[in-house]
Design a protein around this ligand. Structure first.
Ligand SMILES: [Cu+2]
Length: 173
């Protein structure tokens, strides 16, 4: 009886470890399943609402920009995005600063969050005395944790099944 229980524990533990390991490997082999994430950011003196965007690496980000009280800018570090919004407009003007060129009138900007880290967005149009402090943050996280937890829960479920399964050959001991 004791030996049987021990071996069951062993297998359950092994499955659990393998499950976790599998999840971890999966996280390396393929990144997050890309999600479509849509945000609406409203700019006003002297802040953005929302002030923080949290996404996962690989997500496709759609951002619509509005200005409330004044013309404001939206310059996003690291992703080569610059925009300006005027009050009472459903559209705004955006460009890629590194490519130069003119602003184009758009309804949204869209890009893939391909780099992890924290990227500030700040106002690029002088809008008042607190203008230099008008900023927010895009936080792009890696998805390793997500995959590891998926792997772990699958491993745990299998381990539980093994532990709880009534053994057909166990009656002889
Ligand atoms: Cu501003």
């Amino acid at each position: 009886m004791g030996r049987l229980t021990n071996s069951k524990h062993f297998w359950a533990g092994l499955v659990l470890v393998l499950g976790g390991l599998g999840g971890f490997l999966l996280a390396y082999v393929r990144q997050a399943p890309p999600q479509e994430r849509s945000f609406t950011i409203t700019a006003h003196k002297y802040a953005y609402d929302p002030p923080v965007l949290r996404v996962n690496r690989g997500d496709r980000i759609h951002v619509r920009l509005f200005a409330k009280d004044n013309t404001h800018g939206f310059y996003l570090e690291g992703y080569d995005v610059d925009a300006k919004m005027r009050p009472d407009n459903d559209t705004f003007w955006a460009r890629h600063p590194s490519q130069g060129g003119d602003y184009k009138e758009v309804e949204e900007i869209s890009f893939v969050a391909s780099r992890t880290g924290k990227f500030r967005y700040r106002c690029s149009i002088t809008c008042g005395y607190m203008h230099p402090f008008m900023q927010g943050e895009l936080i792009v996280r890696p998805n390793y944790l997500y995959f590891t937890s998926v792997g772990l829960s699958v491993g745990m479920a299998l381990g539980m099944l093994l532990l709880l399964r009534p053994s057909s050959r166990g009656s002889q001991s």
